[in-house]
Ligand binder design. Structure first.
Ligand SMILES: [Zn+2]
Length: 189
């Protein structure tokens, strides 16, 4: 008996085989998809722009609904918080490494003098960015400063050249920072 398959049946069978192959060759599939994207990047880009233009309203609506769900809202908030913390840590690490120091209070007026035991503060949540030569107020209140949000502010500082960053910011614990402010105010009056 000769098995005669209709076009429809042949197509279904082929699809099934393809799916099986894809499931057992996941790495190959990923690689080929990536290659396809790389080779046709411009075309995909154009298509995305076109698709966005054509479906702008409904996409915006979709996104609005998505972000309004409490679960997604909470997650976004958490992610934003995480991002802020990680950028903060990144900036602290960079400042410390530029000064060949661990992430800790640099001490004021002298390094290592910030605790009675002589051990500097190392808890990042207790460390603050100190503007070495002032300008903190301007940085906090100007349109390029904290007003952008802490994340963006950190981001901008990270983009400064090493030299500029080293001269601009240092790490102080809140105790040392307060002490520095007190002394500077005394000098002024
Ligand atoms: Zn200190």
């Amino acid at each position: 008996m000769i098995l005669v398959l209709s076009d429809e049946e042949r197509r279904k069978r082929k699809n099934k085989q393809n799916k099986l192959w894809r499931n057992t060759h996941k790495e190959q599939v990923t690689a080929s998809k990536a290659r396809e994207y790389r080779e046709n990047k411009e075309r995909y880009k154009k298509y995305r722009v076109l698709y966005w233009k054509k479906n702008r309203e409904s996409l915006l609506q979709q996104s609005k609904v998505y972000h309004a769900r409490p679960k997604n809202k909470a997650r976004a908030k958490k992610q934003k918080h995480q991002l802020k913390i990680s950028r903060n840590t990144e900036l602290m690490e960079k400042i410390a490494s530029l000064n060949n120091r661990p992430v800790e209070c640099f001490g004021w007026p002298t390094y290592g003098s910030c605790s009675p035991g002589g051990t500097p503060e190392t808890r990042t949540e207790r460390l603050e960015f100190d503007h070495i030569h002032g300008g903190g107020h301007k940085d906090r209140t100007s349109s390029t400063g904290y007003n952008l949000g802490k994340y963006q502010w950190c981001n901008n500082q990270l983009k400064l050249s090493d030299k500029k960053l080293r001269e601009k910011l240092q790490l102080l614990c809140s105790g040392c920072n307060q002490e520095k402010i007190r002394v500077e105010q005394r000098k002024k009056s």
